[in-house]
Design a protein around this ligand. Structure first.
Ligand SMILES: [Zn+2]
Ligand SMILES: [Zn+2]
Length: 390
């Protein structure tokens, strides 16, 4: 462990420069051409077997050990967001309307640094390490695309690890939670059909706007009156569309939103409650309604031994002052796809520094990180892999 802390410190300047280069040149999901090109070239130079075009723009580097097992998969996502950057920094985004506002620029740089540190031990490796650079985490299902292209085959990993720089917490904080850590996501849409007419004669109509308003209020009871207080579930209404002008009661209204959940039973309860509330309120208002659900990413649930290993490794890093087993968030992450039947852990590396104004939330146009978090992330990632293969 300690050698990777030292090695990360030795490589810190290059690590920060590399992160800033990726920050200057952000690319949205499935368009990570420049980024994946740099990744593939560097992994090649380190003597790895490299596969490109895995899940369109994904890259996989295999650092092969002398034995067939174990294989550890380390995953780093590469995509940026369609956001206009508002930071006033020398390395500000050069791509109009595109920004690394989630920290994935840091993830790629951390991944390459960990690859470099572990490749220095290639002669002593027993097991193998698969470095996975994933496209399109931000809603583009990049993990599923890579799995479809065989990222979990030849060799199949025995353990999977991933991490996120985390501006909800200060630099020096690391969180790896036993079991549930990040929620599953699901979007929902509903259409309410009434009977439109003249706005001055509402008694001749069944007004879908009034039904929609009541449904929005009714949905606030889905979590508070159907689930135990210990269950972390979110129901949000994010879209209300209805009507085109001031003097017509429209025929239709539509609503949409998002659900977040941690258990299959909570998912079932929530979708049943939403359906019942939408249909029954619409019916009480003389309207009809239908609801559809589109399942997104499944919950991230960490293996207990894997989470313990992350916490042990984090505790060895001098710059880490707090190690948490108690961080849960309703944010979703498609790293969960890699964990379906392979044990592993997804963890957070605190990256905020409020004293330096580096504490804007993820996806904000002023999002930026304390770059000290980069060496912390790289040292932990390399140490985790070395525990299995060195
Ligand atoms: Zn994000
Ligand atoms: Zn992210």
């Amino acid at each position: 462990m300690s050698e990777f802390i030292k090695a990360a410190k030795r490589l810190e300047k290059a690590l920060i420069a590399e992160r800033r280069d990726f920050h200057r040149h952000p690319e949205v999901g499935y368009h990570e051409i420049r980024t994946s090109g740099i990744v593939a070239r560097q992994l090649n130079e380190l003597g790895m077997q490299v596969r490109v075009g895995v899940g369109k723009t994904g890259v996989v580097g295999l650092l092969k050990g002398q034995q067939t097992r174990p294989t550890v998969l380390l995953r780093f996502d590469m995509d940026a967001l369609p956001i206009q950057e508002e930071n006033d920094v020398e390395y500000v985004s050069q791509n109009d309307g595109v920004m690394h506002a989630c920290g994935h620029d840091g993830h790629v740089a951390i991944g390459l640094c960990a690859a470099r540190m572990l490749a220095e031990h290639s002669d002593e490796l027993k097991g193998s390490i698969k470095f996975v650079f994933q496209p399109a985490e931000e809603g583009g299902a990049g993990a599923a695309a890579m799995i479809k292209d065989g990222v979990l085959l030849e060799p199949r990993p025995d353990y999977v690890y991933g991490m996120h720089l985390w501006n909800e917490r200060p630099v020096g904080w690391v969180g790896a939670t036993d079991g549930n850590m990040m929620a599953g996501s699901c979007s929902w849409q509903c259409t309410i059909v009434g009977n439109g007419g003249h706005a001055a004669a509402p008694h001749h109509t069944n007004d879908p706007a009034v039904a929609a308003a009541q449904i929005v209020v009714g949905l606030q009871t889905v979590v508070s009156r159907n689930l135990p207080p210990s269950e972390l579930v979110v129901v949000s209404v994010t879209q209300i569309h209805c009507g085109d002008t001031h003097n017509v009661i429209p025929t239709e209204a539509s609503l949409a939103g998002t659900l977040r959940y941690f258990s299959d039973s909570a998912y079932e309860t929530v979708t049943n409650s939403v359906t019942r509330i939408v249909k029954d309120i619409a019916s009480a208002m003389g309207c009809t309604a239908n609801v559809t659900f589109s399942t997104g990413y499944r919950p991230v649930s960490n293996d207990l031994d894997a989470a313990l290993l992350v916490r042990e490794m984090a505790q060895c890093v001098p710059e880490v002052s707090t190690v948490s087993n108690d961080e849960r968030t309703a944010v979703s992450e498609d790293f969960s796809e890699f964990m379906v039947d392979i044990p592993g852990c997804y963890f957070f590396v605190g990256s905020a520094n409020s004293g330096l104004g580096l504490d804007y939330p993820h996806h904000h146009p002023r999002f930026n990180i304390d770059e000290q978090s980069l060496t912390i992330g790289a040292a932990i990632m390399a140490s985790i892999a070395s525990e299995y293969v060195l």
